[in-house]
Structure formats: structure tokens, C-alpha cells
Ligand binder design. Structure first.
Ligand code: ADP
Ligand code: MG
Length: 270
């Protein structure tokens, strides 16, 4: 179902993700700190939403609550209408670092999520092999992570995330450790792969051009504590272009400057 990409999110359909007045407090032995407060947004099935904002505004905290790794202090996180109570196979979480196990082959790294869910069988193994192939990793199955480039390792991490077939992908700065060219190629590949498969995605990035190029919508956060400042819908012409070419679309620069202004204001202590 990719309808959400071509129209506005429907009120009738249950959103893939819904945060209702979500607040999170980190409690340590010395203090309690309010990380995010009253975060409220929904992401429709098939939608690609990016979270941008200054360091410490709670982006990772929000993803971790959606992933069921952190429990909100107040408010609710709903996944397809049901409250999140822990990690779910419906959600794939991909981090900035690839976290591949160096002693495992590429294939065995890619199968890790399936293995943890006791879902490795002939069919899932074949699907994973095809995924590796579609990511340009054919013939690398028996190599080890140290034998691959950073971009290839990130692609393996993506295959591992996709192998369990989650409907929702949470991507926490997955491209930030890569060189510019690799990053552009990977943006295209990921955007294309997720679009083709009708996946829902929430991307955290500090690269605003990247957020505009790949997203349907951008949520700008501010800090102290983390809160939503403003949401920007990406115009159709930019949304529908391949990320690499989205940057050449009319209106891209104007939108960049508008969101940039909001981001600059959000970096200021409030
Ligand atoms: P971002 O990903 O946007 O940089 P985070 O979600 O990591 O922000 O952090 C939000 C706020 O919560 C920050 O003020 C950060 O210092 C604090 N924080 C994050 N993780 C912890 C933790 N494990 N314990 C205490 N405070 C934390
Ligand atoms: Mg973070």
C-alpha cells in the first residue's frame, strides 16, 4: 500500500505509528531529566518521515520508544493502533554504525534478525540472498565485514533489517559515517527499496538536503526539552523524484532555506 505517498495521510486509516502526547524522562541515580515532552505525530502506512533537529533534541529517544526499547513516562505510542509494549518483528531498527559481527560472514550477519526470531529456513534464507543481490552484494555472502567498504557494510545492515520483513523501518543516521558519494548512492537505493516494498520509514538525519530528498514530510524538533517545532510537507515534484535528482527540482532551495531557518532557531537555547 503506497497510497500515502501520492495523497495526504487518510484520517480513516489507522496510522502505522502514532505518538500521543509522549513524554520521556531519563532517570539516573543522581537526577531525572526531561528528554522529550508532549510529542504528538502520526505516520501513515507507506509514508517516509524524517526527524531533524539539533543534537540532544530527542530524536533517538523517540525512535527507541517507537521500537519498544524505552517506555514513555507519559502518553502513548501506538503501532497500527495498538500500544507498544516491547520490541516487535513489525519494526526494524537500523543504527548509524553497522554493528555487524566481525567473526560472522556477510550471509550470517544478514540472517541475524531472522535467527533471533527463530525464522531461518530455506525460504527466508533465499529471500535474504535475493536481498543481498538486489543491494549489489552478490558474491560477497561468504566474506567477512572487514573485507567490505563502509558503504557495503551499511547495505548489509540494511539487508539484515529488511530480512525479517518489518513494515516499519527506523533509521537513525544510517548514512552519517559514509563519504558523500556513497551516501548519495545509498540514499537512492534505500529510498527506492522502501518505496518498491511499500515500507513505512522514519529517518533521523542531520543532513537537511537528504531529509528533503527522501521524505514525504519533515518534522523539525527543538530541545530543552525535545518538542516539535514545525512540520513541513514536501511538494509532490520533489517527493516523486529520485533522491539524487530531487535536489535539482524547482523549489528545493527555497524549501531548504525555509527549513534551515527553522532549524537555526531551534538550535538556540530556549
Ligand atoms: P538526539 O538523538 O536528538 O541527539 P537523544 O534522544 O539522544 O537526542 O537525547 C535527548 C536528551 O536525553 C539529551 O538531553 C540527552 O542528553 C538525554 N539522554 C539521552 N540518553 C540518555 C540516557 N541514557 N541517560 C540520561 N540522559 C539521556
Ligand atoms: Mg541521536
Amino acid at each position: 500500500m503506497i497510497g500515502a505517498r501520492s495523497g495526504s495521510p487518510s484520517d480513516v486509516m489507522v496510522p502505522m505509528v502514532r505518538l500521543q502526547q509522549v513524554t520521556h524522562v531519563y532517570v539516573t541515580d543522581r537526577e531525572a531529566s526531561l528528554a522529550v515532552e508532549n510529542i504528538d505525530f502520526s505516520v501513515a502506512t507507506g509514508e517516509f518521515v524524517s526527524l531533524v533537529g539539533p543534537s540532544g533534541c530527542g530524536k533517538t529517544t523517540i525512535l527507541s520508544m517507537i521500537a519498544g526499547l524505552l517506555r514513555p513516562a507519559a502518553g502513548q505510542v501506538l503501532l497500527q493502533g495498538r500500544p507498544v509494549s516491547g520490541p516487535s518483528p513489525e519494526v526494524g531498527y537500523m543504527l548509524q554504525q553497522d554493528y555487524l559481527f566481525p567473526w560472522r560472514t556477510i550471509m550470517d550477519n544478514a540472517l541475524l534478525g531472522l535467527e533471533l526470531g527463530k525464522r531461518v529456513n530455506e525460504a527466508s534464507r533465499e529471500r535474504t540472498r535475493l536481498l543481498l543481490e538486489s543491494m549489489g552484494l552478490e558474491g560477497k555472502e561468504h566474506l567477512h565485514p572487514s573485507q567490505l567498504s563502509g558503504g557495503m557494510r551499511q547495505r548489509v545492515a540494511l539487508v539484515r533489517t529488511l530480512a525479517t520483513n518489518p513494515g516499519l523501518l527506523l533509521l537513525d543516521e544510517p548514512f552519517s559515517a559514509l563519504d558523500y558519494q556513497t551516501k548519495l548512492q545509498l540514499e537512492d537505493l534505500i529510498a527506492e527499496t522502501l518505496r518498491e516494498r511499500g515500507k513505512t520509514a522514519i529517518l533521523v538525519t542531520h543532513d537537511l538536503a537528504e531529509a528533503i530528498a527522501v521524505s514525504d514530510r519533515i518534522i523539525v524538533l527543538g530541545r530543552n526539552p525535545g518538542h516539535i517545532r514545525r512540520t513541513f510537507d514536501i511538494p509532490k515534484s520533489i517527493r516523486e523524484a529520485q533522491p539524487f535528482y530531487a535536489r535539482d527540482q524547482p523549489g528545493f532551495n527555497e524549501l531548504f532555506h525555509e527549513i534551515w531557518g527553522e532549524l537555526e532557531a531551534s538550535g538556540v537555547k530556549e
